[in-house]
Write a new protein. Structure first.
Length: 266
């Protein structure tokens, strides 16, 4: 049955079916994560809180390869973070919330696939040819953002929060909910931000923006990206630059995508 000739309520019914499939996938992924809580929390969530985290070890190796750099001036954590829970149901609430967010991340490729199945009948034969590549690229960009947020952004944010002191009198003992919020916000926000090229492609296809527009306002875009990078990070120069670099790369990729999309349309 051609979806273009379906009445509006049929479209809603079809969309509801795909949403239910997505919710089921998220719940299944969430249950899988809940049954492996020690792996999820001890090895993944609390990984950046340990001195032997892979990012720190790589950084130390890079620092050792440059004799002029003293490790004491560039080291990350000199000991594992002290994290405490001060709420009766704090650990349980964190357990459920973190597994839910993890379920969304884990099931994201399937969610994108369900969305693609919903819009597929409305696509032309030519659009169907490259829609699968779009599906793959969206999944790749999201996962790339997740890995960047976890392995790059989180360690630098933790390092800044751990090393910045107004005085050596107060001890840095971090709250569990604050630490989890930092990890989830950093990882999930970078996954969404890395979908920026797909958003530009979508807006270009709708003729809301164009290649000339992106090229003309490149300097304005740089300022906006700088504000976004500052909003994501605590505001220190190093963390801001680390986030800004991939954002600028994504913008350049978006300009190229917009150029190719306008070229094919003309």
């Amino acid at each position: 049955m051609n979806q273009n000739k379906m009445p509006f309520w049929k479209h809603i019914e079809e969309l509801r079916k795909h949403i239910i499939h997505c919710l089921c996938a998220i719940i299944i992924a969430m249950i899988i994560l809940m049954n492996n809580k020690y792996i999820i929390f001890d090895y993944i969530i609390f990984g950046p809180a340990k001195t032997d985290f892979i990012t720190y070890r790589v950084f130390y190796k890079l620092a050792n390869s440059f004799p002029g750099i003293h490790l004491n001036s560039v080291s990350f954590l000199d000991k594992n973070l002290e994290i405490q829970n001060r709420q009766i149901f704090g650990q349980f609430n964190i357990y459920v919330w973190t597994c839910f967010i993890g379920g969304i991340i884990l099931s994201f490729p399937y969610v994108v696939y369900e969305f693609w199945k919903f819009i597929k009948p409305a696509l032309s034969d030519e659009e169907k040819k490259y829609s699968l590549w779009i599906l793959i690229m969206v999944t790749f960009l999201f996962l790339l953002g997740i890995f960047f947020g976890y392995f790059v952004l989180c360690p630098f944010l933790i390092h800044f929060g751990y090393s910045f002191r107004i005085s050596y009198v107060p001890k840095n003992i971090f709250d569990l909910s604050d630490y989890i919020s930092l990890i989830v916000h950093s990882v999930f926000s970078m996954g969404i931000i890395f979908l920026f090229p797909f958003l530009i492609f979508f807006l270009t296809k709708m003729e809301l923006i164009s290649y000339s527009f992106l090229k003309k306002y490149r300097k304005h875009a740089f300022l906006i990206l700088l504000v976004i990078a500052s909003a994501i990070t605590p505001g220190d120069i190093l963390s801001t630059i680390i986030v800004l670099i991939p954002l600028l790369i994504l913008y350049q990729v978006s300009v190229y995508i917009s150029f190719q999309t306008n070229k094919k349309a003309s």
